[in-house]
Design a binder for this molecule. Structure first.
Ligand SMILES: Cc1cc2nc3c(=O)[nH]c(=O)nc-3n(C[C@H](O)[C@H](O)[C@H](O)COP(=O)(O)O)c2cc1C
Length: 260
């Protein structure tokens, strides 16, 4: 699928075929997409643990359910639990920046050298960064960039997916992550039982309230011609709820024995 259509077609899918397993190569491709994301200081904070729902003992699966994601985690055959490895920066101490230098991605024309990393970037910027109260937010932002690539990859492969919160103390009993992994969200993956439209593109706040030109309060001018181009490329699709959605939800609920 072309990128613009992929962005436009993705929806948070909450009805999966609970019995249809996801091929391992598709999970690998989601993880490979995450690994290829851009990453601040090439640190790569994101850690992901793919867990098959059926490998989670029943009593723990029950304890993992909260009102905002119980049905999703019950139906999705694969949960990819996402964490930020907060220890990575002080473990690698700039080594991955030197890899960037050696790979020719950053160079002396921009002031980079192995010495610059060892004497300035790690001790004066990266190490203090890890002591800042904002450090977990910075790491989480970075992980979000990577997670989004994996999310889109799921749809590119014909799967459905939904990010959800997770109950870290319970899943940690199974995953047993290192102490310095900060829990983020779970990417729940499976074959969607929803139609491709899944009821239409979900509501968004007005563009002009979100994005600005030059300064806060000056809305970015939204060109209707660009909007039409994006409709043609299927990035902007018919808004939810499509008239067929109510019936689709009823059918899905009956099919899966869920309340209507
Ligand atoms: C970080 C993150 C966490 C989310 N957590 C949940 C969740 O716990 N339960 C849920 O049903 N949806 C969750 N969602 C999905 C959003 O509610 C959804 O994106 C929103 O309804 C917009 O719909 P769309 O994703 O279909 O465009 C989450 C999405 C993100 C990005």
């Amino acid at each position: 699928m072309e990128y613009q259509e992929l962005v436009g077609t993705r929806r948070s899918i909450r009805f999966f075929d609970p019995k249809r397993q996801v091929e391992q190569d598709k999970i690998q491709k989601i993880l490979e997409a995450m690994l290829r994301a851009s990453c601040a200081v090439n640190a790569h904070w994101l850690r992901a643990v793919a867990v098959k729902r059926d490998d989670i003992p029943k009593d723990q699966l029950e304890k993992l359910k909260t009102p905002v994601q119980a049905v999703v985690i019950e139906l999705a055959p694969v949960h990819i639990y996402l964490y930020a490895d907060l220890g990575v920066v002080n473990r690698v101490q700039g080594a991955r920046l030197k890899e960037l230098f050696n790979a020719g991605a950053v160079g002396s024309s921009h002031g980079w050298s192995p010495k610059f990393v060892d004497e300035i970037v790690y001790p004066q910027i990266l190490k203090p960064m890890t002591q800042s109260p904002h450090y977990p937010v910075m790491a989480a932002f970075d992980c979000g960039v990577a997670a989004c690539q994996g999310l889109l990859m799921a749809f590119e492969q014909g799967l459905g997916a939904c990010l959800t919160a997770f109950v870290a103390p319970i899943i940690n009993e199974i995953i047993k992550p290192p102490q310095d992994w900060m829990p983020l969200y779970a990417l729940n993956v499976g074959y969607s039982l929803e139609s491709r439209e899944a009821g239409g593109q979900r509501p968004r706040p007005p563009f002009e309230e979100q994005y600005f030109l030059g300064r806060y309060g000056n809305p970015f001018p939204r060109d209707p011609k660009v909007v039409e181009e994006l409709k043609a490329s299927k990035m902007i699709q018919a808004p939810a709820p499509l008239p067929s959605r109510r019936e689709e939800l009823r059918k899905l609920a009956r099919q899966l024995n869920l309340p209507e």
